[in-house]
Design a protein around this ligand. Structure first.
Ligand SMILES: Nc1ncnc2c1ncn2[C@@H]1O[C@H](COP(=O)(O)OP(=O)(O)OP(=O)(O)O)[C@@H](O)[C@H]1O
Length: 241
């Protein structure tokens, strides 16, 4: 896998991002003065101990939550100043989410689950194409209960990529899967990056997965403690855990 042009513009730019959760008397400082730049078209892996702020950052990048202070932009769109309606438009148009548990609707087939998104997207790919991209064209009429965990997650990837989002935000996408099925899910993310130029952000506890990234952010206690650039990301097929 080639590294995207180093002159790629930043998709996300954040400066002095802080997030403080307040619950009654208790305050949790989840992000502490985080500065970041995420180039368009890269695969970025977020590693770090539990509670170090990875999901908090992912949710803020995806417009699901807001920082307590700091600046964040998506190209020239200010995501901090955006009102709720603008954040919703941003998510709908540009962001695909993938979570550890697939969140498919059990009473709908694989294709119908993907269609839920394509019916409301602006210029989606046909649901059949999305399922083909994740290697599940022949399972389009199967219900989630008839699919393995890895296959269900690939349907979730098809659903996320069908609207051709500019960015895929993945929170522990292989967390519930064994290594072999997890790799097949990672391959679908890598091919979305390669073939659709999607910027892909992956939270994981598996340090091995960092090998497929162009860039790795190591989180510690609400900060990005270290950024590692990977000149030669590997194909996920070469990763095991
Ligand atoms: N909604 C919330 N209300 C209060 N505290 C929260 C909330 N969400 C997260 N936190 C706290 O913020 C800190 C960072 O959490 P976050 O989920 O971002 O970490 P993480 O690195 O993603 O952890 P994990 O790897 O376990 O998912 C933790 O101390 C967590 O308990």
């Amino acid at each position: 896998m080639e590294s995207p042009d180093s002159a790629s513009p930043a998709a996300f730019t954040g400066t002095r991002l802080n997030k403080i959760y307040r619950t009654g008397e208790t305050e949790v400082h989840a992000l502490r003065d985080v500065d970041l730049s995420i180039p368009q078209g890269e695969v970025l892996v977020l590693l770090g101990p539990s509670g170090s702020g990875k999901s908090t950052l992912l949710n803020i990048l995806g417009g699901l939550d807001r920082p307590t202070s700091g600046n964040l932009s998506w190209f020239d769109h200010d995501l901090v100043a955006a009102d709720e309606a603008a954040l919703t438009r941003f998510r709908r148009a540009h962001v695909g989410f993938i979570f550890q548990f697939y969140n498919l609707i059990p009473s709908l087939t694989a294709e119908e689950n993907v269609r839920l998104v394509t019916d409301i997207a602006e210029s989606p790919m046909p649901p059949g194409e999305a399922l083909e991209r994740v290697g599940l064209a022949d399972r389009r009429n199967h219900y989630p209960a008839q699919l393995s965990g890895g296959e269900q997650q690939r349907v979730a990837v098809a659903r996320a990529i069908a609207k051709r989002p500019a960015v895929l935000l993945c929170d522990e996408p292989t967390g519930a899967l064994d290594s072999r099925t997890g790799v097949r899910v990672l391959e679908t993310l890598a091919s979305a990056n390669r073939e659709l130029a999607t910027t892909v952000v992956i939270i994981t506890h598996n340090a091995g997965i960092a090998a497929m990234a162009h860039r790795v952010f190591h989180f510690l206690d609400g900060r990005i403690a270290r950024i590692v650039r990977n000149e030669r990301p590997v194909d996920p097929a070469g990763i095991t855990w």
